[in-house]
Design a protein around this ligand. Sequence first.
Ligand SMILES: Nc1nc2c(ncn2[C@@H]2O[C@H](COP(=O)(O)OP(=O)(O)OP(=O)(O)O)[C@@H](O)[C@H]2O)c(=O)[nH]1
Ligand SMILES: [Mg+2]
Length: 61
Amino acid sequence: MGNGLSEQPKFSSMSFFQSSHITIFGLDSAGKTTVLCRLQFNDFVNMVRTNGFNFNSVSVN
Ligand SMILES: Nc1nc2c(ncn2[C@@H]2O[C@H](COP(=O)(O)OP(=O)(O)OP(=O)(O)O)[C@@H](O)[C@H]2O)c(=O)[nH]1
Ligand SMILES: [Mg+2]
């Protein structure tokens, strides 16, 4: 799931959104945190299992 983002997604078609909240649900080790870090840091980071939940803000151009 996380590695499926080979490049930064194009959000230009979403430019009418001032801000939006996105919730990612999935099975254990599905790659949810990997996707989140990919969007935030534009990099792949080796993750440990998440206890509870992550909450991140991501700015897009
Ligand atoms: N092969 C492959 N591995 C992936 C992909 N995305 C994530 N991983 C790996 O899967 C493992 C789990 O990724 P996480 O992002 O921690 O998964 P998660 O859904 O946040 O897991 P929990 O926090 O336990 O619910 C990591 O070792 C990642 O490197 C993918 O697209 N392909
Ligand atoms: Mg996680």
